[in-house]
Design a protein around this ligand. Structure first.
Ligand SMILES: [Zn+2]
Length: 249
């Protein structure tokens, strides 16, 4: 279950599945990435300083997001990653952040391994199966089992507002989703990207998944929405800090 909380006076969104972790989605109230909203640059800088200070970190792992399926594992010094849309880390106390305005934020975390990932999945990333590929890479490179993963599918544009033409639908149609993930109305398709990303995890053995019901386009008073604001918008962020103490099993 998702719930609003506050981070040192700033409104954030958390999930009960990872409530004891430094793991959250920011809102308009806690902008860290101004993007097209240059007027928010100073506010974002101040917020970033607050984030780093309260999470006790001097550098944050992030990326130049390009709607790719490129996935990087943090190796100790690649804090900034070009042309990347998913980041994985098992480095104690490292902090990962990616940014969104309607695209789907996915956070994966293994409490057993203290390893996590943050994924940026718009419709292109979803069609390239970036969420599934990130889960598989965590297994192959860090030996993390799907059964130990907790997954959060954060706030993103919902089926109510993600209206597309047939070309986009066709690129998502081979997702082999057993559930109904779209409505068709007057030759337009309304697609549930959050459900498709959850499905990529479920079919690979992840059971512990929390899906946020909030639509960023309907709730553009709280979140940034590229579609609602016609491209002139900032970004909210998905953030996780990797814990230090491993649970012995
Ligand atoms: Zn909506």
């Amino acid at each position: 279950m998702f719930y609003f909380d506050n981070f040192h006076g700033k409104k954030i969104l958390k999930s009960s599945l990872l409530s004891n972790y430094d793991c959250f989605f920011t809102t308009r109230d806690f902008v860290l990435t101004p993007a097209q909203r240059e007027d928010l640059t100073l506010i974002a800088e101040n917020n970033m300083n607050l984030l780093k200070s309260e999470l006790n970190t001097s550098q944050i792992i992030t990326a130049k997001q390009t709607h790719s399926d490129n996935i990087k594992v943090f190796t100790g010094n690649n804090f900034y990653n070009d042309d990347t849309d998913a980041l994985i880390s098992n480095t104690e106390n490292s902090v990962i952040m990616l940014n969104y305005a309607d695209c789907v934020p996915v956070i994966l975390y293994s409490k057993k391994d203290n390893a996590g990932a943050v994924i940026h999945a718009g419709w292109r990333g979803t069609s390239k199966k970036i969420t599934e590929k990130t889960l598989i890479k965590m297994g192959n490179e860090l030996n993390i089992k799907a059964e130990n993963i907790t997954a959060l599918i954060g706030p993103a544009i919902g089926k109510c507002c993600f209206e597309t033409d047939e070309d986009v639908f066709n690129q998502l149609a081979d997702e082999k989703c057993s559930k109904v993930f779209y409505n068709k109305l007057n030759n337009k398709y309304f697609i549930d990207l959050k459900l498709l990303n959850a499905n990529q995890l479920e079919r690979n053995g992840v059971e512990n998944i929390d899906i946020c019901e909030y639509c960023t386009c309907c709730m553009s008073d709280i979140f940034f929405s590229y579609r609602k604001e016609k491209g002139i918008t900032a970004r909210h962020s998905a953030i996780i800090k990797i814990k230090g103490d491993k649970i012995c099993q």
